[in-house]
Design a protein around this ligand. Structure first.
Ligand code: ZN
Length: 279
């Protein structure tokens, strides 16, 4: 197998009532680790590049081209997705680069503006055969704080999906971005109500702050795409720290990046199995 669209992976997971892992690429070693995790687990993966990551690299193209190349060489199905694009022009660039799916994040916009911009972006993406994830009800935590209590209303979500044509929807159900402990509680009854109300799969952002058992409960309640970044970054960075702490004369960066890549692959593989309810 090789590069596929997130459309196929999310649709298959939604049909089978399981979850699909969507993990963030930060640099080349992350992309390599996540594709290796997919092979280790024998399960597909969505690797995603955020607007923040593109900005860190000074543009989307270098990290995107590298990630797409790694994905094309995969033994298992791998999708490359644009995460949290708040600038419509970044979506257009991702489509031109060959991404099979994009997230346009208008969650911080007033509702009417979110609808208008998301609908326009979705129309252009669909014309190119690209799958679109939208967001309604801001998923909190840009500052690392706990969930601010924002929740996505099922009726508003249904109206949003109909008005914009998005293929999947990121919803606010209690998780929060960039948490470094796994203590968030999720509103499982709201997930079930959103699942019943909507014709499109649900996306959980901020899953790093959610414990294993709560994530699997969320999948059973109807959550499909599970986004994780911070939690996996922790495995990568702790491995580097332990190698550097053990040898202060080390200078070859491959000597600490390789074990970090291994540690990230192992945890990502474990999470792929967990979300697929094989754990
Ligand atoms: Zn997110």
């Amino acid at each position: 197998m090789t590069l596929v669209s997130a459309r196929d992976l999310v649709t298959d997971a939604a049909r089978s009532g399981t979850g699909i892992g969507a993990f963030n690429v930060i640099h080349l070693e992350t992309a390599e680790a996540l594709v290796r995790a997919s092979a280790q687990a024998g399960l597909p993966v969505i690797v995603q590049i955020s607007q923040n990551c593109a900005d860190y690299h000074g543009g989307l193209e270098p990290i995107a081209v590298a990630t797409l190349a790694v994905a094309r060489r995969a033994e298992t199905p791998v999708a490359v997705h644009l995460d949290h694009a708040e600038r419509p022009d970044l979506v257009d660039e991702a489509i031109a680069l060959g991404f099979g799916s994009v997230m346009f994040d208008g969650g911080a916009l007033p509702y009417d503006e979110n609808v208008a911009v998301t609908a326009a972006v979705t129309e252009r993406a669909h014309a190119a055969g690209v799958y679109v994830e939208g967001e309604l009800g801001e998923v909190g935590g840009k500052d690392g704080a706990h969930a601010p209590g924002v929740r996505t209303d099922p009726d508003e979500a249904r109206a949003f999906v109909e008005a914009t044509g998005v293929d999947a929807l990121a919803v606010a159900v209690g998780s929060s971005h960039a948490m470094t402990d796994r203590t968030a509680s999720l509103d499982l009854s709201l997930i079930a109500r959103l699942h019943d109300a909507l014709s499109v799969p649900l996306v959980l952002h901020g899953s790093s702050g959610v414990a294993d058992a709560v994530i699997t409960d969320a999948v059973r309640a109807g959550m499909t795409k599970i986004n994780v970044s911070t939690h996996l970054n922790g495995f990568f960075t702790r491995a580097i720290r332990s190698v550097l702490d053990a040898d202060e004369r080390l200078v070859d960066s491959r000597r600490y990046l390789a074990p970090a890549r291994d540690a990230l692959a192992d945890e990502a593989a474990r999470m792929l199995r967990l979300f697929a309810l094989e754990g």
